[in-house]
Design a protein around this ligand. Structure first.
Ligand SMILES: CC(=O)N[C@H]1[C@@H](OP(=O)(O)OP(=O)(O)OC[C@H]2O[C@@H](n3ccc(=O)[nH]c3=O)[C@H](O)[C@@H]2O)O[C@H](CO)[C@@H](O)[C@@H]1O[C@H](C)C(=O)N[C@@H](C)C(=O)N[C@H](CCC(=O)O)C(=O)O
Ligand SMILES: Nc1ncnc2c1ncn2[C@@H]1O[C@H](COP(=O)(O)OP(=O)(O)OP(=O)(O)O)[C@@H](O)[C@H]1O
Length: 482
């Protein structure tokens, strides 16, 4: 796209005499600049992108966009002043990729827990309904062929240029719909600003990421943007925050509350899955979902309501639910010939841990054992003690261990978790995660359940300054063979 066409598309005026080269792409990271690209200078929490202008010019950028040059800094390239740099990054990326979301049906999923599971279920139901569909989620992205691919870093929602590039790639690969997990960071940092949503799904909200958002209200307000921006919302009737969302526009409600249009009744938790009576605007039927975890009933209702909004019928929804293969690392069962049940799950907030342990208790005839840690670095230290409290209250024995401790001394994290356990003595701290998993599996007898919580499908474990390759399911298999 020519620079002048790009400026016109964004309603920006260029100084007279500005050259008109082709703009081949856009980035906010100086190290990613390639010849012909535009660079957006963002003032972040740690750096000001304007300090890298010389580097950016040397790498062959043709344009800089920013909120204003700092005093005394001269631009070595044409400089476009914009009101909001992150917004400009998203708008430029969308313009360069031909605004792909406008040619797709886009379902956005937000909430504290349940985003990934709901997204995976929704894309599965859309495909069952014959709509070639793609997915962007924490557990990787999928083109309509269904193969799981990964972005290079641990991202739920990548930066806007990658989001737009991915959406354009989805279109090229034949997608007609895309399901996109929208994290609160993504909404706050404008990573999904230039996405034309069709349906927004709200899972639920509990306190998380307060290190970044400051207050729960601030966290809620970022997530609310998704509901504001979509023409139709699928809202959780059982989540107290929904009361603040219903006035924002057309919506449907799901859950177990009587006012839910998509309602589950008579929920039965079985060893291999969940059965419930579905009442919905398309009719009434018996539903089967081969997944454990009672909260997955909510995820299923949300996914069905979203897929129905894009045209899926009741038979397709029920068949699709019954054939859903689950999500890697979410309530994933690791087979054991010896009758112990080991479950790998991503629960890493006190409420999601509470739900995971609560639901596993229902189908555990023996003891419930849990292995868990709490992340270090900047990640919400206020979670540590509550995680220790929940684990020791709801499990028969808890092993406290590392979970991406980063530069925080593991002892400090474990002490906080132990403090949360209060006077209870049903816990052991084992700093090395592999050792902790082995100790838990050794303790288990047939009929017992061991929940390995917190890492789920993640492929690395961050310890001090090391990033170690990690596969929790494989760790569980090895421990079972020990
Ligand atoms: C807390 C957070 O989200 N921070 C984001 C924020 O960082 P920041 O404000 O500190 O940026 P900065 O480091 O000061 O840099 C400012 C600018 O200078 C540029 N820069 C900086 C240094 C340099 O050498 N060269 C250079 O060009 C940067 O690319 C950036 O454009 O802006 C950066 C650029 O947009 C993001 O990369 C960064 O995400 C970091 C990597 C991150 O870890 N984010 C996580 C927490 C996140 O977003 N997680 C959510 C999921 C959360 C969940 O639900 O669990 C996600 O969607 O993945
Ligand atoms: N609807 C729900 N309500 C509460 N807890 C849930 C719900 N769905 C899943 N969980 C729990 O939260 C964990 C994370 O689920 P999932 O990955 O689907 O959520 P997420 O919102 O994508 O989380 P993240 O953004 O951290 O990846 C699950 O492993 C499960 O323990």
């Amino acid at each position: 796209m020519k620079l002048h066409d790009l400026a016109r598309a964004l309603n920006l005026s260029l100084p007279d005499g500005t050259p008109d080269p082709d703009v081949s792409g856009v980035t906010h990271n100086a190290a990613w600049v390639q010849p012909g690209m535009a660079f957006v200078a963002i003032r972040g929490a740690r750096f000001d992108g304007h300090s890298f202008l010389a580097d950016v010019a040397a790498r062959g950028a043709v344009l800089v966009l920013g909120e204003g040059l700092p005093d005394g800094v001269a631009a070595p390239l044409p400089y476009l002043r914009v009101p909001e740099a992150r917004a400009a990054l998203a708008d430029v990326a969308a313009a360069l990729h031909g605004d792909p979301s406008r040619a797709l049906k886009v379902v956005g999923v937000t909430g504290t827990d349940g985003k990934t599971t709901t997204s995976w279920m929704t894309v599965h139901l859309l495909r069952a309904a014959g709509l070639p569909s793609g997915l962007l989620s924490t557990a990787g992205y999928q083109l309509p062929d269904g193969a799981v691919r990964h972005f290079p870093a641990h991202f739920t929602t990548p930066e806007a240029p990658q989001v737009q590039e991915n959406l354009a790639g989805q279109l090229q690969a034949g997608a007609r719909a895309v399901v996109l997990e929208a994290s609160s960071h993504a909404l706050a940092l404008e990573r999904v600003r230039a996405v034309a949503w069709d349906v927004a799904v709200w899972t639920q909200l509990t306190s998380e990421h307060l290190d970044f958002h400051g207050t729960v209200q601030g966290y809620f307000e970022e997530k609310r943007k998704l509901i504001e921006r979509a023409p139709f919302a699928v809202l959780n009737a059982d989540d107290p925050w929904t009361a603040h969302l219903t006035a924002l526009g057309p919506h449907t409600l799901y859950g177990e509350a009587p006012e839910a249009a998509w309602r589950a009744a008579d929920v039965r938790e079985e060893v291999g899955g969940l059965r419930f009576r579905l009442h919905c605007p398309l009719g009434e039927a018996e539903a089967w979902l081969p997944m454990i975890g009672r909260f997955n009933v909510h995820n299923a209702l949300a996914a069905m309501a979203a897929a129905a909004q894009l045209g899926a019928d009741l038979g397709t929804l029920l068949d699709g639910l019954a054939s859903f293969a689950g999500v890697p690392g979410r309530m994933e069962l690791v087979p054991d010939a010896g009758g112990r049940r080991v479950v790998v799950d991503f629960a890493h907030t006190p409420p999601s841990l509470e739900k995971a342990l609560g639901t596993l208790r229902v189908t555990t005839p023996g003891r419930l054992i849990v292995v868990l840690g709490s992340a270090g670095g900047l990640r919400d230290p206020s979670k540590r003690a509550p995680l220790g409290e929940v684990a020791t209250r709801l499990a028969d024995h808890a092993f406290f261990t590392e979970e991406d401790s980063r530069d925080t001394p593991i002892r400090d994290i474990l002490q906080e978790m132990e403090r949360g356990a209060g006077g209870r003595s049903n816990h052991t701290s084992v700093p090395d995660r592999r050792e902790a998993i082995r100790a838990a599996v050794r303790l288990a007898r047939p009929g017992d359940t061991v929940l390995l919580a917190g890492k789920g499908p993640e492929e690395t474990l961050e310890r001090l300054h090391e990033t170690i390759p990690w596969n929790e399911v494989q760790e569980a298999r090895d421990a079972l063979l020990d």
